[in-house]
Design a protein around this ligand. Structure first.
Ligand SMILES: NC(=O)c1ccc[n+]([C@@H]2O[C@H](COP(=O)([O-])OP(=O)(O)OC[C@H]3O[C@@H](n4cnc5c(N)ncnc54)[C@H](OP(=O)(O)O)[C@@H]3O)[C@@H](O)[C@H]2O)c1
Length: 305
């Protein structure tokens, strides 16, 4: 996937999706400039502006966010600054310079009361501060910039950072029994798959003269499961790699109270993404197994069990 000319600018450098974007770019010979804090800080100041002026990108991808869902409940100002105000400032710069913006949002903008997969136009009703701040970010981007693509993704995991898959591998190695919530349904989505899709979208957006594609899309892996189902798949893949695995037990959300409420159903319908961009992500089970293999290989190379 090659985009000639000016680079893609990525806001965020240390996050799961940002790191995966850097990897995809390296593998595909794509020019990409990624900056995180302090060089592009969505928390205020001029650094984002300075970074973008210096980079003069063809497309901007915002992969940075305040993602601590529970902490956000008591840290609302920071969550809204980074997830709403910052993206608004970013979108305003893009509007001034005529640069498209691809902004990442979340399944947690929905309340989970729908019984079937959510489509892009379904009413949003976030249950917590994180979801509300991300929804405010979507609105800020829409208000400032016509040439935007907002992609809502979900349950992100990968080899970098903190995520459910890595937590399961760690606690699975330490404990005899692991209990996981079985009444929240969604779609685990690999950072690498998101990154590959974002690059494909960026390529189409940058190459088309006047693409009728601006708007909001759902970008998740194929299929759906619960956190318990995700854990079962992780442990099955871990066992196939010869790793120690625990007994897995199903619990309910009520058994595992968290500061922030989560939607019971946040499965996202991806038909619009497929019809517009021709993009379909792999089945979540396939990428889960691939990530477990990758992490098992990494720790084997380091000599750790
Ligand atoms: N993780 C999920 O399960 C999930 C689910 C649905 C949607 N999403 C969305 O997907 C996107 C990518 O998520 P991710 O999982 O890759 O996130 P992540 O691994 O938690 O990384 C977040 C990144 O944002 C950066 N960041 C935080 N505050 C910043 C600021 N003030 N200025 C600039 N950068 C800042 C962090 O940098 P530092 O290292 O400096 O903190 C980090 O690089 C986000 O929009 C998120 O809302 C994620």
């Amino acid at each position: 996937m090659q985009i000639n000319g000016p680079p893609i600018a990525v806001i965020g450098a240390t996050g799961q999706v940002a790191r995966a974007l850097v990897r995809v770019a390296r593998e595909s010979g794509l020019t990409l400039a990624a900056a995180g804090r302090p060089d592009a800080d969505l928390g205020g100041g001029n650094s984002v502006h300075t970074f973008l002026e210096r980079t003069a990108p063809r497309v901007v991808i915002n992969a940075a966010a305040y993602t601590a869902v529970d902490k956000a409940e008591t840290d609302s100002d920071a969550a809204f600054q980074i997830n709403a105000h910052g993206p608004g400032v970013l979108a305003a710069w893009c509007a001034e310079r005529g640069v498209p913006l691809i902004h990442i949002s979340t399944d947690y903008v929905f309340d989970g009361s729908k019984r079937t997969p959510y489509v892009e136009d379904d009413a949003c009703n976030p249950l917590g501060v994180y979801g509300r701040s991300k929804l405010a970010g979507e609105d800020a981007v829409r208000a400032a910039l016509d040439r935007h693509i907002i992609v809502r993704t979900a349950w992100v995991y990968g080899p970098d950072g903190n995520n459910f898959l890595k937590t399961m591998l760690r606690v699975g190695a330490e404990r005899e029994v692991v209990r996981v919530v079985a009444d929240q349904t969604g779609t685990p989505t690999a950072a690498a798959d998101i990154a590959a899709a974002l690059v494909a979208i960026a390529s189409q957006v940058a190459q088309a003269q006047n693409p009728p594609v601006w708007g909001t899309y759902h970008l998740v892996a194929e299929g759906e499961t619960t956190w318990h189902g995700f854990a079962a798949e992780i442990f099955s893949a871990a066992a196939a790699q010869g790793l120690k695995t625990p007994k897995l037990e199903a619990i309910t959300t009520a058994d595992y109270p968290t500061p922030a409420a989560r939607p019971a159903n946040s499965v996202l319908d991806t038909t619009k993404l497929r019809k517009t961009f021709g993009i379909v992500l792999p089945a979540w089970q396939k990428s889960t197994a691939g990530c477990v293999r990758e992490l098992a290989g990494l720790s084997a190379n380091k000599g750790t069990p």
